[in-house]
Design a protein around this ligand. Structure first.
Ligand SMILES: Nc1nc2c(c(=O)[nH]1)N[C@H]1C(S)=C(S)[C@@H](COP(=O)(O)O)O[C@H]1N2
Ligand SMILES: [Mo]
Length: 303
């Protein structure tokens, strides 16, 4: 368990919005520029400001889940009808114990924890979300990864009767994603089952979805029903739709532009006082943890 990555911040460390605003007001009361300089001298506070979670409202009403429509508000409107219980996940391919794993049984085997991650969409907006979940590595170990496995493929539920967006061929259904095995086993890679300490709302990918914080949001596949260990790089829905715009790796990288727009900055959703465009960080700010996975790779080629 030594490899486990732990958040530098927990939910309890992150200054609640009201307290933070009070602090700002107090600082301002201390006198303009001096107050701001004081804030800069408090790394804890600065970090808290940076990773202050977005509101429940932001996270649950501004969503991407094309099975329910392409509008940001569509998932919140239409995903309620999705049946998420019972739920099982098929784990197959190069594993010792293939089978249909019941979601409740999986939960019983896993250690749940809360992690606050910055989340960055390829469309250049970002938010900060407190996820509850377990490490994907723990689930893969439960199934027993065989030595020949090099990649992990994921599939979302495809149930047209409950997913009005699948009537349109905007993507090749079921929604598919993939990771290299070392990315999948990395302790930052989370299987999320909740947000803000509550079960995942359907629009956010109930009952379980991936969260890979150093990659663009579309890698974080929702409502997963199948996980396949394979020796070949899997096909992914966005790459199939437009290989020029969406590569397999999809690492957040301010130096590699999307063909139609820059990825150098992002707009933080919600935000209040500090709402503004900010510089995008390499690997979304998780370089220390993940940069070594890509040593020697040309990231303009493997984008
Ligand atoms: N099955 C499925 N998973 C998906 C998507 C989708 O359309 N279908 N959209 C992706 C994209 S583009 C993003 S940005 C995130 C959005 O997650 P959120 O709505 O919980 O913020 O989900 C990702 N996972
Ligand atoms: Mo996205």
């Amino acid at each position: 368990m030594a490899r486990r990555w732990t958040n530098t911040l927990t939910a309890a460390d992150v200054t609640p919005k009201a307290t933070f605003l009070n602090r700002r007001q107090i600082m301002a009361g201390l006198g303009g520029a001096a107050g701001l300089a004081g804030l800069g001298a408090l790394p804890q506070a600065a970090q808290a400001q940076e990773l202050e979670p977005n509101s429940w409202e932001d996270v649950t009403t501004y969503c991407n889940y094309y099975e329910f429509g392409t509008g940001k508000g569509d998932p919140a409107k239409y995903a309620g009808q999705l049946t998420t219980s019972p739920w099982s996940v098929k784990i197959d391919g190069l594993v010792d114990r293939p089978g249909d794993y019941d979601f409740q049984q999986i939960l019983g085997e896993m250690t749940l924890e809360e992690r606050i991650y910055r989340f960055r969409c390829v469309e250049a907006w970002s938010m900060v979300v407190p996820w509850t979940g377990f490490e994907l590595a723990d689930l893969l170990n439960l199934a027993g990864v065989q030595s020949g496995a090099k990649y992990v493929a994921f599939e979302t539920l495809y149930r047209p009767s409950e997913m009005p967006g699948t009537a349109y061929q905007v993507l090749d259904w079921p929604y598919r994603e993939g990771l290299r095995l070392d990315e999948a086993m990395h302790p930052l890679t989370l299987m999320a089952t909740g947000i803000f300490g509550q079960d995942l709302p359907n629009q956010n990918g109930a009952p379980l979805r991936l969260v890979v914080p150093w990659k663009y949001g579309f890698k974080s596949i929702k409502s997963i029903v199948r996980i396949t260990l394979t020796d070949k790089e899997p096909e992914t829905s966005w790459n199939m739709a437009n290989a020029r715009e969406y590569g397999f790796y999809s690492n957040v990288n301010p130096e590699v532009s999307h063909p139609r727009w820059s990825q150098a900055s992002e707009r933080r959703l919600g935000g209040g006082l500090f709402a503004s465009r900010q510089d995008t960080l390499m690997f979304n700010g998780y370089s220390d943890e993940v940069a070594s996975l890509y040593d020697g790779m040309d990231l303009t080629k493997f984008f």
